[in-house]
Design a protein around this ligand. Structure first.
Ligand code: CTP
Ligand code: MG
Length: 233
């Protein structure tokens, strides 16, 4: 069973409001994207496709992939203006594979165990999406910020990446959305749900598997990176 990971790093990081894009910011001496690539390198995944911005291909090749000898990174491809378009570019670059995992490069602390759980579920059910039970009560609100619904907390999961799928399933779904501008698709599971009307299988992610999104996330990421350096996690 061949597994290919698509690691996304083509975003602008607008919510971080930093001069350097968040995926290249330094964390304990390494660029943030290094951490996820290192974990995929050590995992059971066979190949990695790194998706970056047009301007960063050379930097990623020289300063990350070659420098740290990430031998599983077989291709660096240029992403698109939205996340789902970047995913599509990655999927188009994937040579024949059985399972494809899509991972946000902005999630440095993914683990081998989480990667394996998503792959096993994808092999069995077609999909395996990392997620954690919500610690907070979640409310749905209307446009005036009045809470209109409170789903029972035990049914609420916070979705992460990696999101793993059988390749033909995810490629077919993405081919259908790639040309559309009228869709707001924030994760891969949504593409499967919207296009194929199939529920995805959730598997246990990790509370450390945060997405570095806004400046305060950097403090948490720095603490995790420091613990990682000391071998504590
Ligand atoms: N991503 C991508 N291509 C895009 C948009 C996002 O490859 N056009 C990637 C990001 O680099 C990130 C992941 O998808 O690793 C999750 O996206 P998000 O956290 O939203 O990152 P950004 O889009 O960069 O940030 P923002 O939304 O704040 O601009
Ligand atoms: Mg974004």
């Amino acid at each position: 069973m061949k597994c290919t990971a698509i690691v996304l790093a083509a975003g602008k990081g607008s919510r971080m409001k930093s001069s350097v894009q968040k995926q290249y910011m330094e964390l304990e001496g390494f660029p943030l994207i290094y951490y996820a690539l290192r974990t995929f390198e050590k995992s059971c995944v066979d190949e990695v496709i790194l998706v970056t911005g047009q301007e960063e291909v050379g930097y990623c090749r020289a300063e990350i992939v070659d420098k740290y000898q990430f031998l599983k990174v077989k291709k660096i491809v240029v992403g698109g203006s939205e996340r789902y378009l970047s995913v599509y570019q990655g999927l188009c670059a994937a040579d024949y594979t059985d399972i494809v995992l899509i991972h946000d490069g902005a999630r440095p602390f993914v683990t081998k165990e989480v990667i394996e759980r998503t792959i096993l579920a994808a092999a069995q059910y077609g999909s395996g999406v990392a997620a954690v039970p919500s610690k907070d009560t979640v409310k749905l609100a209307d446009s005036s910020q009045f809470a209109i619904q409170t789903p029972p907390r035990e049914e609420v999961w916070i979705v992460q990446t990696p999101q793993a799928f059988q390749f033909p399933l995810v490629f077919q779904a993405y081919q259908k959305v790639a040309g559309r501008q009228d869709v707001a698709l924030t994760d891969d599971a949504m593409v499967i749900e919207t296009v194929l009307h199939k529920p995805v299988k959730l598997v246990m992610g990790s509370y450390r598997n945060i997405k570095v999104t806004t400046p305060e996330d950097l403090d948490i990421a720095a603490a995790f990176a420091a613990a990682d350096k000391k071998g504590e996690i």
